[in-house]
Design a protein around this ligand. Structure first.
Ligand SMILES: [Zn+2]
Ligand SMILES: [Zn+2]
Length: 260
């Protein structure tokens, strides 16, 4: 399985920032499946955008959907082959009525016909696995400030978990502890420890709660840290380093991760 967290910043970074800031969330999995629509519509290589057939949306926050309307505009072609958006029913309803509503962007839901669709919308249910593009994808509820589905992706050779935005949670770790295989977890840390209270209130992690989540998993795995808020990125990096968690690494945007 090949996974890339798409870059989401433009131009040269400032010298003190250390690494590229992550503003938006889009993972490209094996070229044709995308998890979250933050940055996918910004890919300069339009051929890569055209290969996208399935976009899973974990929740409706803007950093996870920002360029989804741009992707759909970019890849539309007359005929039956359209992009499929997969999300919880309430997220699909939000996308239709608050984004694709004929004002913010064209109503691609109602404009779609059987022979000439702009998009196909497929509701996801927590715990119900779905097969797309040779991948088995299992959505599971996590604990964020809005209803959010984490995703576990299995290609038969490797299993990778994308919990999306979440604070301390349990069902996901129970599922992963019982799974026959797990290669990596792309887990978020949004805030530094000084903002532990804010992290808890908003359903995010700080390094201290991240470490507690690591302890919930009963197997060694690659922990790939994502979603550091740009203004706290350096502070979070220091705090994570001090924890010395085995298998922990900071994500590199634009790097193609191969699993296994
Ligand atoms: Zn969020
Ligand atoms: Zn987010």
């Amino acid at each position: 399985m090949r996974v890339e967290l798409l870059p989401s910043s433009v131009g040269p970074k400032s010298s003190e920032s250390g690494d590229s800031p992550q503003f938006l969330v889009s993972y490209l999995v094996n070229d044709s499946v995308v998890i979250d629509g933050g940055a996918i519509g910004l890919l300069a290589d339009l051929d890569r955008q055209r290969k996208v057939r399935h976009v899973f949306v974990t929740h409706e926050h803007i950093d996870h959907i920002a360029s989804l309307p741009i992707l759909l505009e970019n890849v539309y072609e007359r005929g039956p082959n359209c992009v499929e958006i997969l999300a919880a029913a309430d997220v699909l309803d939000f996308l239709h009525h608050d984004i694709f509503n004929g004002r913010v962007w064209p109503d691609f839901f109602d404009l779609s016909t059987a022979t000439d669709p702009f998009l196909k919308a497929t509701p996801l249910q927590a715990g119900a696995s779905i097969e797309r593009a040779g991948l088995t994808i299992t959505p599971l509820r996590v604990d964020h400030c809005v209803d959010t589905l984490g995703l576990v992706v299995d290609d038969g050779d490797a299993v990778v978990a994308f919990p999306s935005d979440t604070g301390p949670t349990s069902m996901l770790w129970e599922h992963l502890n019982a799974a026959p295989r797990l290669d990596a977890v792309f887990l978020e840390v949004s805030f530094p420890n000084a903002l532990h209270g804010l992290a808890c209130e908003t359903g995010h992690h700080c390094p201290a709660t991240f470490a507690a989540e690591v302890a919930k998993l009963t197997r060694p795995v690659r922990w790939i840290v994502v979603h550091r808020k740009a203004r706290f990125a350096a502070e979070i990096r220091q705090e994570l380093k001090a924890l010395a968690i085995p298998g922990l690494e900071l994500v590199e945007e634009g790097r193609g991760y191969e699993f296994p």
